[in-house]
Design a protein around this ligand. Structure first.
Ligand code: CTP
Length: 227
């Protein structure tokens, strides 16, 4: 009998998916040298891009600033801000059959970007911030029969928050993690996630390498795409 892995590879041959993966943080400039961002390094998103490429799929990787090497087979689209990431997703969405939003998109940006570097001998500035656009919500009307996967980085109420985001963002799957746990979250090579699907299925994975988590998510997409 063929091992499971071979069976998956045979499924891959019959259906090559076109997958958009977003990864990394976004940076929202305050002045030419400062920005609002977060601690995302892109490890989860890049692991997803590698997993999809290795399994024979076509991948567009839309990445915020990250020190990581992307897979050479993926089409890399580099962005800085949430607005640029939104534009890149909007430009590519018609091409894909799956979108995996692993990026840690900044939720706020400074309302005004100072043209020149703010000097510390000026009055201490009050920085007014405004919301960025929620990319998943904005793109939801263009979902059609595409499969959309989101992530939920939480520090409390993991299940409730994940399930709220699954519904509010019209997702097929949400991958949630508690970023306060050791070995989980930004910069770590491992992750422990709870996967909640729209169809009610759920899976709690143990702490494992981000690449293994990525393989599991891509496998889930393959099965979904076959249906
Ligand atoms: N996301 C997005 N656009 C944003 C912010 C987040 O598309 N402006 C996506 C993320 O890529 C992720 C999902 O939405 O797939 C959830 O992101 P998360 O930061 O966990 O949640 P938020 O939507 O920011 O909600 P909250 O602030 O309540 O945690």
């Amino acid at each position: 009998m063929l091992p499971d892995r071979r069976l998956h590879n045979i499924i891959n041959v019959s259906k090559i998916m076109k997958v958009i993966v977003t990864a990394g943080p976004t940076r929202e400039a305050l002045d030419p040298v400062r920005y609002i961002s977060n601690g995302s390094t892109g490890k989860m998103g890049y692991a997803l891009a590698f997993a999809a490429v290795e399994r024979g799929h076509e991948v567009a990787l839309i990445s915020g600033p990250s020190p990581l090497e992307p897979p050479t087979q993926a089409k890399l689209i580099e962005v800085n801000t949430a607005a640029e990431m939104l534009k890149a997703v909007e430009d590519m969405v018609d091409w894909c059959d799956s979108l995996v939003m692993a990026a840690a998109v900044a939720d706020w940006r400074p309302k005004v970007i100072s043209e020149h570097k703010m000097k510390k001998d000026m009055n201490t500035p009050t920085i007014e911030i405004e919301r960025t656009t929620d990319i998943l919500k904005q793109i939801a009307p263009r979902k059609e029969n595409r499969i959309f996967v989101g992530f939920a980085a939480e520090s409390q109420d993991l299940r409730q928050e994940a399930s709220r985001k699954l519904k509010e963002k019209d997702l097929d799957l949400i991958v949630a993690n508690n970023i306060t746990e050791p070995g989980v979250g930004f910069g770590s090579d491992t992750n422990r996630v709870l996967m909640l699907a729209k169809d009610g299925h759920e899976q709690e994975l143990p702490l494992m390498a981000k690449k293994k988590v990525a393989d599991t998510i891509i496998e889930w997409l393959e099965i979904k795409n076959e249906r």
